[in-house]
Design a protein around this ligand. Structure first.
Ligand code: NI
Length: 145
């Protein structure tokens, strides 16, 4: 083992050689720098962790956390009543709800949910399909072991 390999092993890291399109790397470095990263490796590690959480979420066994946010016009159709019905029928996964009256017409709702990924995805799709609901985002966060 060379002294460099020994040093890396001590730090708990592996050096890997990866190829990037130059433009992609330039954009990545610029953004990482503006976000305050001092080392490219740190930014790449964070990007890889996000990638893993993003793509392993749906296949996850057991419970996951999903944060669903959306805006709705409370006077469109019966959206407020329909939302209440949906939220009550998914009370097995909804942990907490926050409601903000944005202006005369618009409300923002944020739901924190915990449970099987499939069930949370279904909740998200059901909400998205309601008339009057717009800008829905499902944020998938850390897996719950
Ligand atoms: Ni409101």
């Amino acid at each position: 083992m060379s002294s460099e390999e020994a040093q890396l092993k001590e730090e708990g890291v592996i050096r890997a050689s990866v190829s990037f399109p130059p433009e992609l790397l330039r954009e990545f470095d610029e953004l990482a720098k503006s976000l305050g990263y001092r080392k490219r490796s740190q930014a790449i590690c964070d990007a890889m962790r996000n990638f893993i959480v993003e793509y392993s979420w749906k296949e996850a066994q057991g419970n996951v956390i999903g944060v669903i946010s959306f805006i709705y016009e409370h006077e469109t159709g019966a959206v407020a009543e329909r939302l209440l019905e949906v939220e009550h029928s998914f009370n097995d996964v909804i942990v907490s709800t926050m409601h903000v009256h944005l202006d005369e017409e618009n409300c923002l709702e944020v739901l924190v949910s915990r449970g099987p990924a499939e069930r949370i995805q279904k909740l998200s799709n059901t909400l998205q399909s309601l008339r009057g609901v717009k800008h829905l985002k499902l944020l998938t966060t850390a897996l719950v072991k």
